[in-house]
Design a protein around this ligand. Structure first.
Ligand code: SAM
Length: 218
């Protein structure tokens, strides 16, 4: 297991934490947790505030391909793939790569990029519908914290089962009480979050041997 930031090339998003915090209510949180139209393409207080392909994942795809030495024919799964932007960019960066995704959001899959039609599966991270060792690499970016701890643990076991540890997982975290407070003002959908040592304990409990990093609001 290694801590490595494979999203380092992604442009920093501007977050208006005060506005999000003021707009938050039980109703907004419940709507966001459906991962439907409001979460993806509704007003910003519900989630992304309109999530459209702009190629920003291409440099991340390049770094992932380099890190895992992926070559044409290799099979990659993105758990929590959303509209499939990273799946598309992995295939653009490495023609011949067999990239697939899985997500719980029917809305995201129905609004996926044309290039990934047929490659995205509807499902939940704690029960991945693929055989052991089915992929050369499994990714999961900003998704596993959306499950309660027991299911997050099960999802990590599933990622390990499919990948044999050639995997990268990024989750919501914080390193200081100040960052934790900011995160708690910002968060809508996460059901489990912790400081890095808490996450690393969960990874170890799941027998996960892949790589990981943190999304920290600051
Ligand atoms: C913050 S978005 C991240 C999307 C994408 N990975 C990215 O980084 O742009 C969280 C994603 O997790 C998905 N999700 C939430 N719960 C899930 C679950 N139990 N299984 C699979 N995907 C889930 C959501 O539908 C959404 O696509």
């Amino acid at each position: 297991m290694a801590e490595i930031d494979l999203l380092r090339s992604l442009p920093k998003t501007q977050r208006n934490i005060r506005k999000r915090s003021e707009g938050k209510s039980e109703a907004v949180i419940a709507e966001a947790r459906k991962f439907g139209e409001m979460y993806w393409d509704g007003p910003r207080e519900y989630g992304y505030g309109g999530y459209r392909y702009d190629g920003r994942w291409r440099s991340v795809a390049r770094d992932i391909i380099r890190h895992f030495s992926l070559t044409p024919g290799a099979r990659v799964l993105d758990v929590g793939c959303g509209k499939g932007f990273l799946v598309k960019d992995l295939m653009l960066e490495c023609p011949g790569l067999e990239a697939f995704g899985l997500d719980i959001s029917l809305y995201a899959l129905v609004h996926c990029e044309r290039e990934v039609v047929g490659r995205l599966h509807l499902g939940s991270a704690e029960k991945l519908p693929f055989p052991d060792g089915a992929f050369d690499c499994v990714l999961s970016i900003n998704t596993i914290h959306n499950l309660p701890r027991p299911k997050a643990l099960q999802a990590m076991r599933e990622i390990q089962r499919l990948s044999g540890g050639r995997a990268y997982v990024q989750v919501d975290s914080y390193r200081t009480p100040g960052q934790k407070a900011l995160f708690e003002d910002w968060v809508l959908t996460a059901l489990f979050h912790d400081y890095p040592p808490g996450w690393i304990k969960l990874f170890e409990d799941a027998g996960y041997t892949g790589d990981y990093y943190w999304t920290i609001v600051d």
